[in-house]
Ligand binder design. Structure first.
Ligand code: COI
Length: 366
């Protein structure tokens, strides 16, 4: 039996044929198609982490009493694999995702997976399914292989306590732009009925529950014709936190670029951190601090705030066109998105696709 990165390889006997794969890769959308394999590592309280495997992609066999199905003891990550012009495949700051996965595991009382196994699982899966990593046709096309590591509580037990059996998987999905329309300004609904996270809760963890909790608000956004929802803090309903699955940035005309500080209720985005660095490199003045909804509104009205954008692994950098609430409609962009966001977006993608020097050592070869 062959192995990669310590992961035993059990290849599928029914791989997708090359023609069908190429058709998928020519228009993958986001999160709709999956590659032929998945990585898996099992943990038990008695034995710790077992040896990993890369096995055929397919449905999981899960007992109906598995605690993840009842108490949502689950965490996940989002990572991308990028094909460079020379055909090599790279990923971006996976050690940050590994560290965040460990922080999420601690909060959800799941076992921590060491960074070496986390990164090894990405390498083992991508080397098996490397033909699924899209080759972007041009610089404008941001196709990649989106990797989704996740960990679930799989013990058959209905008592409420940390599961003694856990499974870690990585699945992979060829991806184009997250939003259907590509990179164009999105409209945001400001939720006044719902909060995403509260102090002491799980806001900083990347757990399914946070996303489940955002869905009613996301539905509300859609009934108001908006693409996404923005959440305010749960204590004062004053401080801007984040979107359902993306961090926020505000560009000021004097060169400041502000993102909400990590208070424990906000996800520590890898793209967020990279934007802060790239903004500083470009001579802007990054600030991590509280930004209130009044400051957002007044800043846009007075022209102090010239751009607002959202960022995340899936969405990269997406301009915010409009902020909509019950009694207000605030236009945050002229419709083309802002120059600062566009320029940081280009720098980020140029690094990720190997078109410029990786001056911060952010890339890892898969
Ligand atoms: C990501 O950006 O990777 C996420 O997990 C967010 C989700 C909206 C796809």
């Amino acid at each position: 039996m062959s192995s990669s990165q310590g992961f035993e390889l059990r290849p599928t006997t029914t791989p997708t044929d090359a023609g069908q794969r190429d058709e998928i890769l020519s228009n993958p959308g986001f999160g709709r198609y999956f590659t032929d394999h998945m990585a898996h590592v099992r943990w038990t309280h008695a034995e710790g982490w077992n040896a990993g495997e890369v096995r055929p992609y397919g449905p999981l066999s899960l007992d109906p009493a598995a605690s993840v199905l009842h108490y949502a003891q689950e965490i996940f990550e989002g990572v991308k694999a990028y094909r460079h012009a020379d055909g090599s495949v790279w990923t971006f700051r996976p050690e940050k995702n590994a560290a965040r996965f460990q922080a999420s595991a601690r909060r959800l009382a799941l076992p921590e997976l060491d960074a070496e196994t986390f990164i090894g699982s990405l390498k083992a899966l991508v080397s098996q399914d490397v033909d699924w990593v899209p080759t972007p046709a041009s610089e404008a096309e941001e196709s990649s292989l989106y990797l989704r590591p996740f960990m679930i509580a799989s013990e058959k037990f209905l008592g409420v306590r940390p599961s003694k059996e856990v499974d870690y998987y990585v699945i992979a999905s060829p991806a184009a732009a997250y939003f259907k329309g590509g990179v164009k300004p999105v409209s945001i609904w400001l939720s006044s009925n719902y909060n995403r996270a509260a102090p002491g809760g799980t806001g900083f963890a990347k757990c399914g529950g946070n996303y489940a909790a955002s869905l009613a608000a996301q539905k509300e956004a859609e009934t108001h014709g908006c693409d996404q929802v923005a959440f305010l803090d749960a204590v004062e309903s004053k401080w801007v936190e984040e979107l359902g699955g993306m961090n926020l940035f505000f560009v000021f005309k004097d060169g400041r670029i502000v993102t909400p500080a990590l208070t424990g209720t906000i996800l520590e985005g890898v793209t967020r951190d990279s934007v802060l660095q790239l903004a500083a490199d470009a001579g802007l003045k990054p600030e991590e601090r509280g930004i209130s909804i009044e400051e957002w509104r007044e800043g846009v009205h007075s022209g102090e705030i010239t751009e607002v954008f959202a960022c995340g692994t899936a969405a990269v950098i997406t301009p915010i066109g409009e902020l909509v609430s019950d009694n207000d409609r605030l236009s945050c962009s002229d419709g083309s998105g802002g120059e600062v966001g566009k320029s940081i977006r280009k720098q980020l993608l140029d690094i990720q696709y190997g078109r410029v020097e990786d001056r911060h050592g952010w890339l890892t070869r898969l």
